[in-house]
Design a protein around this ligand. Structure first.
Ligand code: GLU
Length: 705
């Protein structure tokens, strides 16, 4: 048996579960009960739900997930009259369950390693770009072949180790998902952004949805005649919950981690990406809030975007704090120095991998050099409706011109159709005042950064040393205002009409804005090409890196998270987030009530009654003599694990994972007992809210409680 390198990570793919000594860790389930590729096991109860995770908790397809995972679907059916976001949504019977826009359910049916098939042809290619293209082609071909064999399933190939290991996953997809119960926002998101990525926490971040299929059991789009899906396995809900130090585990779909990346990747994030993005996102949030202040419609339009930007920027700040506190980069560098010594210790290894680490460094030298320009351009081109649309039109125009001149009208028409689709998507985020302000901000940022002087050369704007920052900013604001106000692109309807009636007329759009975008597009397209080249080179180099690391450690490695089903286990545990502070692993309803302040922490009306008497409904934590609200554990999770079931040693549901502590945001680079803590809503609080607040005893009954 291959030993697993377990010291610093634990997002085990299904294929590795058999290698863990689970009984020793505290698990009561057998391997087969947990995962049985040839029969029904616990994993059959776990689903990917949109970008989150969920689990079946009844024979009738009831799924538990997070409030924040159902938020978008509830927002889609809310308005000022029926503000379900604010008040919550409860379907009192199945026919009141409302379609959950944007949510689909994905169940892992099986997997098979197809690395040889994917790589055989590719590895014969001498050029890195052709090799990567061949990998992509083979992946598509293999999926097509499988699809033809069984059109009822969906197939995806996931790269487990870059350039090295590819696994074909088979999924059953359920398209009809309906909202059953989503608590009001001041329960589901108590403490809002202030508490996001924090502990102590008092969020009731849970929701119930239900999966439906056609009467014959096949997956079908929403139809009122569809029937609840009957899962082959669902989780038993344990109203006794969990205690401090108990063994717990999670099955879920973590999105992305970076543990198998080289030290330069960490440097890139710490030095360039994280600070750059936090600066831009903080600015965007402030601007959106400012614009939404006097425009309620706009405020609603921006609400989801602001939530997601704020979620990312705080996560990135947590990561930056982590990079400052923990010597992750130095540790990686040391590991790589040791690896180089190991490589040089044998002539065979030297000839195969002697230049590997240096070759990686060379790719990153170019990446570092271009980092700021690349990030600046990609933000400029992707953050505003008007620049994005202009760039899309510019890129398409060349292609359309050729097909038009050659009278290939079919090709021309289908390109025009594609262009219309992309342009209308780009205009979805068009708010003229935002766009003007953003262009001005980006020009000012570039002006202050010597590494971005190419921008001004391309635009032919002199970088004036005699102007103060204030004067320069005023100059850029006027410049951006003119660009947008004088452009025909500021009128999307006119552009759509052109694309509908006479698409060739877009060739003629020429004004200052299109020429501004054209000049920068040249730089952006160059950068994009450079990126593709680097990706291709790294795909090959990283494959070799994992290969030689495996040789050195004589061990298998756990692949980074890639939105495929993973297992992680550990214990309910507190921790020391900062010097002198110990955080206990449970919060309580009493603590939630004490925290209420009418600004960030708005106490649900129904809880006032609770202040008068303790109505535990048999759901109290015995030691705390209170309803436990949230709890902490040292498992290895990341984004995508939102909504994952937290289970006890018998595989019973005791919580729903929804977040990590601030110190654990760095976990994406390396797990550590000291700072890696994830957060779940306690099942006792879920049941308490569902019963006491929603009065939905029928849901408890459906879950067998
Ligand atoms: N709360 C996290 C998010 O919204 C998900 C869970 C995690 O990243 O730990 O991204």
């Amino acid at each position: 048996m291959v030993s697993i390198c377990q010291a610093d990570e634990g997002m085990y793919p299904l294929s590795s579960i058999k290698n863990i000594n689970l009984q020793k860790a505290g698990m009561k389930l057998t391997q087969e009960e947990l995962y049985n590729p040839n029969g029904v096991s616990l994993i059959d109860a776990i689903v990917r739900l949109g970008g989150c995770t969920g689990s079946f908790v009844s024979a009738d397809g009831l799924i538990i997930t997070n409030h924040h995972c159902a938020f978008g679907s509830v927002a889609a059916i809310s308005d000022t009259v029926n503000d379900y976001i604010k008040k919550g949504y409860l379907a009192k019977s199945k026919n009141q369950e409302s379609p959950a826009q944007g949510l689909t359910v994905k169940i892992t049916v099986g997997y098979i390693d197809v690395s040889n098939d994917v790589l055989e042809e590719a590895n014969k290619m001498s050029d890195a770009a052709s090799r990567l293209n061949m990998i992509k082609i083979r992946m598509e071909e293999i999926v097509e072949v499988e699809k033809a064999k069984n059109p009822n399933l969906t197939y995806e190939i996931s790269e487990m180790f870059a350039g090295k290991t590819y696994v074909l996953f088979k999924y059953q997809i359920i398209k009809d998902v309906r909202i059953v119960y989503v608590p009001q926002r001041n329960i589901g998101e108590y403490g809002g952004e202030k508490d996001n990525w924090e502990w102590p926490r008092h969020s009731g971040d849970f929701a119930f949805v239900r999966a439906y299929v056609a009467p014959d059991g096949s997956p079908a789009a929403y139809n009122k005649n569809n029937v609840p899906f009957k899962p082959s396995r669902y989780l038993k809900v344990n109203p006794q919950g969990i205690q401090e130090n108990d063994f717990v585990f999670i099955l879920g779909y973590p999105g992305r981690t970076f543990r198998n990346q080289p030290s330069q990747f960490y440097q890139y994030h710490a030095k360039y990406q994280l600070p750059f993005i936090t600066n831009i996102y903080d600015w965007k949030i402030a601007k959106m809030e400012e614009l939404g202040k006097n425009n309620y419609d706009l405020a609603i339009k921006y609400s989801s975007q602001i939530k997601s930007l704020a979620n990312t920027t705080k996560n990135y700040k947590g990561k930056l704090q982590g990079f400052n506190r923990v010597p992750l980069i130095q540790e990686k560098q040391k590991e790589e120095q040791d690896l180089q010594k190991y490589i040089l210790s044998s002539p065979e290894l030297s000839s195969n991998y002697g230049t590997l680490l240096n070759d990686i460094q060379k790719v990153y030298d170019v990446k570092f050099k271009n980092a700021e320009l690349f990030m600046w351009l990609s933000q400029l081109f992707n953050s505003t409706g008007i620049v994005k649309s202009a760039h899309t039109i510019n890129n398409f125009t060349q292609e359309m011109k050729i097909t038009y001149q050659l009278k290939w009208y079919d090709v021309f028409n289908s390109t025009a159709k594609m262009l219309k689709k992309q342009v209308s998507e780009s205009y979805g985020m068009f708010v003229p005042d935002f766009d003007k302000a953003f262009i001005a901000k980006m020009l000012m940022d570039a002006y202050k950064n010597k590494n971005l002087s190419q921008v001004f050369v391309a635009l032919n704007i002199p970088q004036r040393n005699d102007y103060s920052d204030e004067l320069m900013m005023a100059y850029f604001e006027r410049y951006a205002q003119k660009l947008v106000d004088q452009s025909s692109l500021k009128n999307p309807h006119q552009i759509f009409a052109m694309l509908d009636n006479k698409p060739e007329s877009v060739f003629k759009i020429k004004d200052d804005l299109t020429s501004f975008v054209k000049k920068l597009s040249k730089l952006y397209n160059e950068q994009e090409l450079l990126r593709q080249k680097q990706d291709a080179e790294l795909n090959l180099l990283l494959a070799q890196l994992v290969e030689v690391k495996m040789l050195k450690n004589n061990a298998a490695f756990i692949p980074d998270a890639n939105a495929t089903l993973r297992f992680t286990y550990g214990y309910v545990r507190g921790y020391w987030p900062n010097d002198g502070i110990y955080n206990k692993p449970f919060t309580t309803l009493t603590g939630l009530i004490e925290k209420a302040d009418n600004t960030e922490y708005i106490l649900p009306e129904q809880y006032r009654q609770y202040e008068n008497g303790k109505e535990f409904e048999g759901l109290a934590h015995k030691g705390l003599n209170d309803i436990p609200v949230d709890f902490l554990y040292n498992l290895d999770t990341t984004g995508g694990n939102s909504g994952s079931p937290v289970m006890n040693d018998k595989g019973e549901l005791v919580g729903v994972n929804f977040d990590r502590a601030y110190t654990a945001t760095i976990n994406d680079y390396a797990w550590n007992e000291n700072y890696s803590r994830s957060v779940a809503v306690d099942i006792r609080y879920v049941l308490w809210v569902t019963k006491k607040v929603a009065g939905a005893d029928f849901l408890l009954k459906e879950m067998g409680i």
